[in-house]
Design a protein around this ligand. Sequence first.
Ligand SMILES: C[S@@+](CC[C@H](N)C(=O)[O-])C[C@H]1O[C@@H](n2cnc3c(N)ncnc32)[C@H](O)[C@@H]1O
Length: 512
Amino acid sequence: MVDTIIQGKTRRRREFCAFYTNSDPILTYMVERLRIEAGDVILEPCAGDGVFIDKIIERTAPSEFTLDAVDLNPQAVAKLKQKFGSHSNITVRKADILLEPSSGLFTGDKSTYTRVIGNPPYGAWQDHDRRKLLKELYGGYVRETYTLFIRRCCQLLKDNGRLVFIVPDTFLALHLHKELRRYLVRQTKIEEILLFPSHFFPGVNFGYSNLCIITVVKSANTKDVVTNIVTVSTAVDKIYQIAKGNYNAADYHERIRQKDVAESEDFAFLIGVEGNTRIRDIIRGCKLRLGDIADCVTGFYSGNNQDFLAVGNHAGKNTGRYRVVPPSEIEHDFINKEDVLSGLTNEKKYIPIVKGAGPDRFSVGTNWFVRWDKKTVDFYQKDRKARFQNPRYYFKEGIGVPMVRSSKARAFLLEKRLFDQSIVGVFPRRNEHLNYLLAFLNSDIFTKLLNAINHTANSSANYLKKIPILLEERAITQVNSIMESQFATRDTEGTLKEINDVFNSLFEIPTK
Ligand SMILES: C[S@@+](CC[C@H](N)C(=O)[O-])C[C@H]1O[C@@H](n2cnc3c(N)ncnc32)[C@H](O)[C@@H]1O
């Protein structure tokens, strides 16, 4: 019985994304930012158990506002009716805020709002028919529900109305959300973005991004708008101070011009470098990018690593559940096999594959092997789950850059081995750029540029392509000689220092 209830609860949570905002500092900040004024008409578009409404009632006289509370989940709606039924200024309605036409949602002159506050569902599952409908209504990327909520609720907002939402911060950088950024920078004044780790939100801790609270005012007059970017990373209670306008309590606070974002490629906020204006200037002003001089591509996926991957031994992290492959089954001389791309035809069954994990730079060993006999390769090419992608780059010399963000980016030579999808393969179009790029992709400035371009946990090939590049003869000669001694001495620490000196000077990074 207990199990059934728990399963039921979990299912409901997933379906409706019912993660409620049970955090007083967050609720206080959000309601404060709503700046409620007498006569406001407020919308809570995904009211859940009504915590924002509780906070509004706590701080505002009922005569000051009217409020519509909407939710899709009939159980949530029943509870909201019970809770707020005696409040004549609050109306509770069951509706799908994304699909219901405005006229069906609300009657009379209540079709637009002066305030919207909410915690929209993130990544809610949408079936195929619903996605099709959403696509017709909103266009663009419709799999992420929170961005649709922002767009829909801005539509329902009156000019100069104010919206305060708590959402993941991925929309600030990901290519998928470019159209939303375009809308926000052109049609709203983005007043403030408060950034904080997802674990501040009770019951949530997702690795792929942080959370943020965005406050916008609907207005096409975006000239001279300055956006407060506030980071609180150490203690959730600091958010009370931010609510009072005490930005000294923030772990980081800067003001950026909305115009700069509007003029950036893809309307990117470039938030990952906390106030490093030089890095932002380099990105905004660059003439040449990595994608102009190298192909950046994603690697191979077998579709079922448990069955197709094996390890040399169980010494490495997360290797325990994989089969240890006998050395006799491994083809080490795969580079000299002309038709290796279509699979091994001798008695060998496995070849080495490079995966993303591990601390090494410049050159890495691998303890991983993938099944690569002809029959299995034929299978990969047809299988729906496998990704036999970008095969013309397999077994070619290039540079591997792990996709997962780390405090210091690292890169290594692929040495003509197969690389898996946790790695972006960078293949310089000109051979003489190989060592230069290998050095650059290990430099501190590359880490900063990448973090600015995409501050979220994973950077796919498309973000790497956008990295600014400077090619200067003198720097190339210097770097080539540094790399030659790296390959001879393996003094990685010394090499990194020299590389950083060259690139910091080339990119004119101010010394502290
Ligand atoms: C993340 S919860 C937030 C609840 C509440 N605002 C809070 O912060 O505690 C999201 C809520 O949105 C509701 N919801 C999901 N999709 C919806 C839709 N399309 N229209 C209206 N409500 C929706 C869910 O039922 C759930 O109660």
